[in-house]
Design a protein around this ligand. Sequence first.
Ligand SMILES: Cc1ncc(COP(=O)(O)O)c(C=O)c1O
Length: 427
Amino acid sequence: MSMPRSESLLARAYKVIPSATQTFSKGPNQWIRGVSPAYLERGDGAWVWDVDGNKYLDYLMALGPIVLGYGNDAVSKAVADQFRRGPVMSQMHPLEVEVAEEIVRRVPFADMVRFGKNGSDVTTAAIRAARAFTGREHIVYCGYHGWHDWYIGTTTRSGGVPGAVKELTHSFTYNDLESLRRELTARPNQVAAVIMEAVGVEIPEPGFLEAVRQITQEHGTLLVFDEIINGFRIRYGGAAEYYGVYPDLACFGKSMANGAPLSAVVGRRDVMEIFDDIFFSGTFGGDATALAACKATIEEFDRLSVIDHIWDYGRQLSDAISEMIASNKLENSIRLIGLDARSILTFPHDDEYQSRLRRSYFMQECHKRGLLFFGVHLPTASHGEQELNFTLDVYKDVFKLFREAHEKMDFEARMDGKVTEPIFRKP
Ligand SMILES: Cc1ncc(COP(=O)(O)O)c(C=O)c1O
């Protein structure tokens, strides 16, 4: 596929935008330079078009927000109507109440709701609330939770974060209760919150989430579930609802409003009431346009039984991929992990570069065939039979090529573009 406009935009971007991107995962070094498109300009259902007119089937869905599909009529109309009436107002808008009530009705552990604009807003709001509620300062986490100081200070991109802030956040390992106990017992009565995705790339071992719930209670520590990806996808109440283990606070974002920037922190009434006293407030906090998008998205969820559809599609996709991995005897080189509603293809290898090279080769061959593979499958209401058949046709070819490359060990020689780079480099 030819992509002169993508390349020319990228050249201009490097002159005026550091790293050429606003979102590291969308940046040019996360895709196959020379093969993947760099700029997408429109979408319809599950399909997207790059600036050079090439068409792709999308599975990354804007990193999660597009849960109904691009260009959903009901949401587009709700957004256009609300924007015309008043995108944000000088006082509160009734949609704040209506949408909060809808969320409380649908999310079993939500007594109250505060809205934000993105995932980082609400994970940070939850951390501040937990600190204020408990009078403690330390945080224990696993997984990714956004760009703010309290979290990113723990990563290799911690530049600009004060040392005093970094010292307050500690990691534990998912599915490893001992590592959680260790972090909590090392700081008795000092840990305000444990924050984690109830399920991310790894499935919880039986009893793990229940034990996390119990241990946090024993330590007087709040449990915050980051449902930014899972909320409004695997259940309205995300993984907490799916597994029946309820947190004190939970954070929602991504798929709430089919692409409009909206997030929410929800939870137990007594904890949420701490927001009366702390400062979490912003000009766009009650953005009526995003709330109108959320209301329309919820109505579409009901009308189209979206969550059931996502699971059903995901299950068919997972079954077919598992069969391809087995029939190509690639069990040690390609693994399908996660839940069917959010599955991930990984390319395990002891050497980090080799793993990246293999994933890059798989991406390259998918992109050439019009499948915008990034590793994760986030099915939407608009992934149907046609999309499934297209995916399986592409994967059939790509698995065969991958097996040949694996037999000959010539992945590097087969790369037409550049291998992706890690966002978090080893120090
Ligand atoms: C699990 C999780 N939490 C939090 C965030 C941060 O959300 P945002 O990028 O909208 O700030 C993300 C973003 O990818 C995420 O995947």
